[in-house]
Ligand binder design. Structure first.
Ligand SMILES: Cc1ncc(COP(=O)(O)O)c(C=O)c1O
Length: 437
């Protein structure tokens, strides 16, 4: 890591004095202390999931809003303070053009990506280096596939009623432009793997060209049987795209084993990178047929790097991604997944016994992890959300999208930034609401 001193010593005094006058933070102040994230290695998975001392140390690394307990971590996660401070320092450097002298930026391409970053993503998520591209978010990777796949009028795309509305909107635009047809498969809430497979198998027609599903849905946290759906898609020669927004950092998976042709994901949710970090995996044999959103003829058209170029981007987020990967490795994905499930069970199990509460998420660990949805009979979800916010300082989500069948619900997603105390507060508040309404 270059220090202010090193910059001065390298003769960039004009740049350095400009930095001093702008009171930019010194890099020396941000030496990382990643050892704070090291998971104890002498405990079983179960012991570690309940080790409040360890998780409190992890939690102390985040800046939290003292006004609220944030239990809506599905839409967006937090990044640890150390990463944000480092990103802020990088931002200052780019403001002065001093970034050209930074060794950390030397390997970063115009897209914000680098060969090292692609290799790190590939190793972490289980594919080859040339099958993965850095993106800003899940939407970008999904849009690349939606608009880049060669489809003709009357070709069909199958997705589900539980898929993310903004991703479905991408296909709606293709419907308008190219006359393709988007069909949504009905899926029970909650569903077992066999229900989902049967629903998709019976919806496939000779015109089906693409299937798109969430690895985990945002609305009820349902984990889809991606491997089995991938087999089904392959049997019918269908392109299989997975919306993995909630995968990285929450679920243990290996891309090559998921049987998908493409997987678009965010790293700023459960993986806890700063905002605007995501990835797109495309199986090597399918890369050539997908046109990039921003064509760059100088890049090989048979490696995923062709999906990265998008004009000028901010380097601060990609420059701290190596640290985000270090933190991820130090906490360990199986530990993360076990902790998230433990937190979810902690609040879900007592509520499941309440007569007035109906869950739309299965507690089966194969079918869900951090996110779960429920409805309190007699209280509109938006009203419950408001009551929890105004009376108890708790932030949860409400879902009232009529097109999402069966899901008029509230949704809780606890993360590494939540303590057991937060969940006790949720349980006490809900119990009090149940008793008084
Ligand atoms: C299932 C799902 N897909 C896609 C997205 C979009 O993610 P991003 O905004 O990071 O592109 C979200 C966001 O919450 C989501 O929940």
């Amino acid at each position: 890591m270059v220090s202010r001193r090193a910059l001065l010593a390298s003769g960039t005094s004009a740049i350095a004095s400009c930095l001093v006058s702008a009171q930019a933070p010194s890099f020396a102040e941000f030496e990382p202390h990643l050892e704070l994230f090291d998971a104890p290695n002498d405990q079983s998975q179960d012991q570690l999931a309940r080790n409040e001392g360890y998780w409190e140390r992890v939690r102390s690394q985040y800046s939290l809003d003292p006004k609220f307990v944030w239990l809506a971590n599905g839409p967006g996660g937090n990044a640890p303070r150390q990463l944000l401070d480092r990103a802020k320092a990088y931002l200052e450097e780019t403001a002065t053009n001093a970034s050209y002298a930074l060794p950390e930026f030397a390997s970063i391409l115009e897209s914000g990506s680098s060969a090292q970053l692609r290799a790190r993503m590939a190793k972490t998520f289980g594919c080859d280096d040339d099958e993965i591209a850095l993106q800003r978010n899940t939407m970008e990777g999904t849009a690349t596939c939606v608009y880049g796949l060669p489809l003709r009028r009357d070709d069909e795309v199958l997705s589900s009623v539980l898929d993310y509305d903004a991703c479905l909107s991408l296909w709606r635009l293709r419907e308008k432009r190219d006359g393709i047809r988007l069909r949504l498969v009905d899926v029970p809430t909650p569903a077992g793997d066999d229900d989902i497979i049967a629903a998709f198998a019976s919806a496939i027609t000779p015109r089906t060209r693409v299937m798109m599903v969430c690895h985990m849905t945002t609305n009820n946290g349902q984990i889809f049987p991606v491997r089995r759906l991938g087999e089904l898609a392959r049997q019918h020669g269908i392109f299989f795209l997975v919306d993995g927004a909630h995968g990285p950092g929450q679920l243990t998976f290996h891309l090559h084993e998921l049987n998908c042709d493409a997987y678009a994901a965010s790293l700023h949710k459960w993986f806890n990178a700063p905002r605007a970090a995501g990835l797109l995996y495309v199986r090597r044999s399918r890369i050539a047929e997908i046109a990039p959103l921003f064509p760059d003829a100088s890049l090989s058209q048979t490696t995923a790097e062709k999906f990265e170029y998008c004009g000028t981007v901010q380097y601060a987020t990609p420059a701290v991604l190596p640290l985000a990967f270090d933190i991820y490795d130090r906490t360990g994905i199986t530990n993360r997944e076990a902790r998230l499930r433990y937190l979810r069970d902690y609040w879900m199990a007592p509520l499941a016994k309440e007569e007035r509460i109906q869950f739309f998420t299965s507690a089966d660990p194969r079918l869900s992890c951090a996110i779960a949805s429920f409805r309190v009979k007699g209280i509109e979800p938006s009203k419950l959300k408001k009551m929890l916010r105004e009376r108890y300082g708790l932030r949860i989500k409400s879902i009232e999208e009529p097109e999402v069948k069966g899901l008029i619900a509230n949704n809780v997603a606890a993360s590494f930034t939540n303590s057991i105390g937060d969940l006790d507060r949720l349980l006490e508040s809900l119990t009090s609401i149940l008793r008084s309404t």
